[in-house]
Design a binder for this molecule. Structure first.
Ligand SMILES: [Zn+2]
Length: 135
């Protein structure tokens, strides 16, 4: 007995289908809710399924790849993919190409910014060098 249920990511709106199988329902029957993690872009969608196969709760968390020494898991508060650099040459001149590329990768979703890079990007936003994409 296997059924499919759909769940919408609260962070990006993407829809995922979950196969609800007996072992999942068993897990839910034991602990109240079974937790499922679904990779969703640069984050993970967590869905909590009850013993009837209904999604009761959703949340998102960071998808951490690699072994960053001080990476804190939590919800990303800033959606970097909606931001763009005003002038790449300024970043390149001041911080160097290494940082410019790291920032571009983070903005394009190719990599997850380290806390250090994220705080740097937050500063760039505050300085008006990193702005919301229009449209
Ligand atoms: Zn998502």
């Amino acid at each position: 007995m296997q059924s499919e249920t759909r769940v919408k990511c609260p962070k990006c709106g993407r829809e995922h289908s979950i196969m609800v199988n007996p072992s999942l329902l068993e897990e839910a029957a034991k602990g109240g809710l079974a937790q499922i993690a679904i990779p969703c872009g640069d984050h993970v969608l967590l869905a909590y399924v009850d013993r009837y196969g209904m999604v009761r709760r959703t949340s998102t968390t960071l998808l951490v790849t690699g072994a960053g020494p001080s990476f804190k898991t939590g919800t990303i508060s800033i959606n970097w993919s909606s931001k763009k650099l005003v002038d790449e040459s300024i970043i390149s001149d001041v911080l160097g190409d290494e940082y410019l590329n790291a920032i571009k990768d983070a903005l394009s979703g190719k990599s997850i910014p380290t806390p250090e890079l994220e705080s740097l990007m937050a500063k760039l936003s505050a300085l008006g060098l990193l702005v919301d994409k229009i449209g």
